[in-house]
Write a protein that binds this ligand. Structure first.
Ligand code: 48H
Ligand code: FE2
Length: 263
């Protein structure tokens, strides 16, 4: 049969908009496709929740592709290695509690595992704002405002569209972009010591890795922080190219939100 280009177009449009329509009311919206967001997304989708992940760039993976300074090997600790091996990423002990994995294999496999678990991925899509509503007398995040990344990058004056979500995971990394937008535009108090965003501190891998998991929590009703965004929100340190804390943060936020969704 000869190929009909119009049917190719129709297949794309039907496939994409079926996915889009089934994302109008999400259980969990995840902003950022780095290691923490990908891990959280995979685990929540595996539990059967309606999960979508929004990533500004074309490629998922955030800051994990290049290992340290483009030397594309990552380091993880033993307690987080299962989050790589569970999805088939080979991990080798370097020494003591230091394990290594190929950064490209780890990044692509985490992305693939999330997709295959049922996460609806919207790459090339930026989250530019949130929806705030009063529910039972408490202001909470009830949705996200999204726009096409090329629209954003070209600075075009095109209005965004809105999706509803019971929970939102802010996993935008160092920039903590969604939370900054929330704080800038609204008179809100976060669940942090100052009530605002504390900001990221300089390098201290040991403390930072422990804190990443502690700082992974609900920072505002309906809004959880994960990964580097959790440390930047709560004023902790950076840790350089060790990724165990990012993976464990994804695991923790998924477990916390799954427990809430199950009631
Ligand atoms: C859509 C967005 C938006 C937006 C940003 O930076 P990431 O890899 O995030 P984490 O926290 O999972 O991992 C952090 C890790 O990569 C890292 O940087 C470490 C461990 N650093 C230590 C150190 O000392 O430096 O990924 C975040 C993703 C990126 O892909 C962005 O493009 C994306 O979020 N993103 N996507 N809408 N508004 N903002
Ligand atoms: Fe970083």
């Amino acid at each position: 049969m000869p190929l009909d280009e119009r049917i190719i177009t129709e297949a794309i449009v039907d496939g994409y908009f079926a996915k889009f329509k089934s994302s109008l009311e999400l259980d969990v919206a995840i902003v950022g496709g780095g290691p923490s967001g990908l891990t959280a997304a995979r685990l929540l989708a595996t539990e059967g929740f309606n999960v979508a992940l929004f990533e500004r760039k074309l490629s998922l993976g955030g800051g994990m592709w290049g290992g340290g300074m483009t030397y594309n090997v990552i380091v993880v600790q033993e307690e987080s290695a299962h989050l790589l091996t569970d999805v088939g990423i080979p991990v080798a002990r370097y020494k003591d509690n230091y394990f290594t994995a190929d950064a490209v294999a780890a990044t692509t496999t985490l992305a693939s595992a999330a997709c295959l678990a049922g996460v609806k991925v919207f790459n090339c899509m930026s989250v530019e704002d949130v929806v705030l509503r009063e529910v039972n007398g408490i202001k909470r995040v009830t949705g996200i405002v999204i726009n096409s990344s090329p629209v954003e990058m070209a600075g075009l004056h095109v209005d965004p569209v809105v999706l509803g979500s019971k929970f939102l995971i802010e996993a935008t990394g160092h920039a903590t972009e969604v939370l900054h937008t929330l704080v800038r535009k609204n008179d809100v108090k976060l669940n942090t010591p100052s009530g605002g965003i504390e900001g990221e501190q300089s390098m201290w891998a040991d403390v930072a890795e422990t804190n990443t998991v502690k700082n992974t929590r609900e920072i505002f009703p309906g809004l959880y922080v994960a990964g580097m965004a959790a440390n930047a929100s709560f004023g902790s340190y950076r840790m350089g190219p060790i990724f165990g804390g990012m993976l464990l943060s994804g695991e923790k936020v998924a477990a916390d939100i799954a427990a809430k969704l199950r009631g």
